[in-house]
Design a binder for this molecule. Structure first.
Ligand code: HEM
Length: 519
């Protein structure tokens, strides 16, 4: 029987589309392989042909977020400069860090938006593509996070660290097992919110189960990173669904909706206050980062609620997840290395006679062993598994004999650099001694907070909270690990912007064996 005319028409139209698509795809592939400005850069042909190569490693291959680890193998095969997708190049050479992330005032550098859009905050300084607009936005934020401001606002940080110590002491009294990674998230969320919004979220006012909740919220948020990078609209679509549906499809997106709405509410209050429309009682005793922004020289278009929200939200997530993971790493490595532990404790006992009194940030920064321990923690944590990408829009950059055309997204990956035996001897060994003594080559190229105009905005705040917290914990308490398996509970195995551990991880659980505040 002859096919119906309508079916025949649909089939032949589909066939025509298919042939046209195959033809188009073939032309694209031939162009990318032989005529593209990056055709001369080594790397696997499949990565040069299609973005699906990277997507496969990040989204399909279990346990997801695997491309960074795969690019390590690619560098071993193809050398220090490779083409990691059709339009992007990655350089694996720590000595080239200052060329790409230059601090020269003349060089222009742009963000590669596909790398930033996973944060779903398109109007934040972090996600700003343009060099000039980034500079304006960043200039408005810088004073709030300068060394001077952090020093002045140190009491806010200390208040939260006191609360953490109080909570840990209570847990010790009750002989509780403490999920200390969750406690650190509660601390860093309270520090960043207290510091930026004048009022902490109060995670540390609650008992341990609440810290575990916030830990999960943060984890889930970062888990979504590999999905929201290629599909930035998906999070909003999921959140627009009824809660019961979102809970079933993607519980991770509902979990942090509350956090988002808190930040949004604050942004709304401050902009309305600025326009004189806010008739509620001002809830803050001091100015907040949002006040700084609305009162800055930025044009009015830069002071919309949406922009303030994006800025505020990035601060919370960047401020909480990063420092807490460094604290967790430091606690683990100091506990498992008794000699390092003893040496650190001796230094701290001398510097802080009373275990109940928190150290001053500038004093703690002058303690050589503490400084070396923290630096080593920043190295071995190699926190950011996401590659850091910059575009030099006006100049071709040169890596050894290879010219990289202007406008090319170029990446470096800190995780690969900080754990490379060519850069750091025995990179998997926690060895603070490597930072002691005369300044060496490592020192020159080690940029855990990155460098140049897009370096970490919160590095002073992070340094203050990490120094004061680590000193307080090791001065006052003794810890013992509780059923911690490095491979399961600590080892970063998935790129979720920062490195996440296995999904089977039980976290970093400890018991306090001595509280000098009570003995
Ligand atoms: C030990 C903790 C931290 C580490 C290792 C760290 C590291 C970094 C790095 C490497 C970058 C550059 C990212 C890129 O090029 O895309 C960055 C950017 C940033 N960090 Fe941090 N960070 C830490 C803590 C914080 C804290 C506490 C805050 C809170 C204010 C913060 C806020 C930011 C922001 C807003 C940016 C984007 C800056 C811009 O694009 O101008 N970070 N951080």
């Amino acid at each position: 029987m002859a096919p119906l005319p309508i079916v025949a028409t649909i089939s032949s139209t589909l066939l025509l589309f298919l042939v046209a698509y195959i033809l188009y795809a073939s032309i694209v592939v031939i162009y990318r392989l032989f005529f593209h400005p990056l055709a001369h850069i080594p790397g696997p042909k499949l990565a040069a042909c299609t973005y699906l190569y990277e997507l496969y490693f990040n989204l399909i291959k279990a346990p997801q977020g695997q491309y960074v680890f795969h690019t390590k193998k690619l560098h071993e095969v193809y050398g220090p400069i490779i083409r990691i997708n059709p339009s992007e190049v990655q350089v694996n050479d720590i000595t080239w860090y200052s060329t790409l992330f230059t601090s020269s005032g003349k060089a222009r550098r742009e963000k590669h938006y596909p790398q930033a859009r996973g944060s779903d905050t398109p109007f934040s300084t972090f996600a700003t593509v343009s060099h000039e607009l980034h500079r304006k936005r960043r200039n408005a934020l810088n004073p709030f996070f300068s060394k001077r401001s952090v020093t002045e606002l140190q009491p806010i940080i200390k208040q939260e660290i006191e609360k953490l110590c109080g909570q840990l002491s209570k847990c010790a009294e009750n002989d509780e097992i403490i999920k200390i990674d969750a406690a650190f998230i509660a601390l860093t969320m309270d520090v960043i919110s207290g510091y930026s919004y004048g009022k902490a979220f109060g995670c540390l006012d609650e008992p341990q189960r609440s810290w575990i909740h916030w830990h999960k919220v943060m984890d889930d948020l970062f888990e979504f990173f590999q999905v929201s990078k290629p599909l930035p609209w998906l999070g909003n679509v999921l959140q627009a669904l009824p809660e019961w549906a979102t809970d079933r499809i993607a519980p991770s997106t509902t979990a942090y909706a509350g956090l988002k709405s808190d930040v949004f509410q604050k942004a709304l209050e401050v902009t309305e206050e600025h326009r004189g429309a806010y008739d509620g009682k001002p809830s803050r005793e001091r100015r907040t980062i949002l006040h700084e922004l609305v009162n800055s020289d930025l044009p009015e278009s830069e002071k919309s609620v949406r922009r303030l929200f994006d800025e505020g939200f990035v601060l919370v997530i960047a401020g909480a997840e990063t420092s807490s993971r460094i604290l967790m790493t430091l606690l683990y490595y100091v506990i498992i290395n008794p000699k390092i532990h003893a040496r650190l404790r001796t230094e701290l006992e001398e510097a802080i006679p009373d275990p109940m009194v928190l150290g001053e940030w500038n004093h703690l920064e002058s303690l050589p062993y503490l400084k070396a321990v923290i630096k080593e923690g920043l190295r071995i944590a190699a926190l950011l598994t996401t590659r850091l990408t910059q575009i030099a829009p006006d100049e071709a950059l040169q890596y050894k004999n290879t010219i990289i055309p202007a406008g090319t997204p170029i990446s470096l990956n800190q995780r690969l650099l900080f754990l490379d035996p060519h850069n750091f001897k025995d990179p998997d060994t926690f060895d603070p001694d490597r930072w002691l003594g005369t300044e060496n080559d490592m020192e020159k190229h080690f940029w855990p907070f990155s460098r140049g105009p897009r370096n970490c905005l919160g590095m002073n705040l992070a340094a203050a909270e990490i120094n004061i917290t680590i000193a307080a914990l090791f001065r006052r308490f003794e810890f013992a690990l509780h059923d911690v398996v490095y491979e399961r509970d600590l080892k970063p195995t998935r790129d979720c912007f920062v490195g996440h551990t296995s999904r089977q991880s039980k976290g970093l659980r400890v018991k306090i064996t001595k509280d000098r505040g009570r003995s």
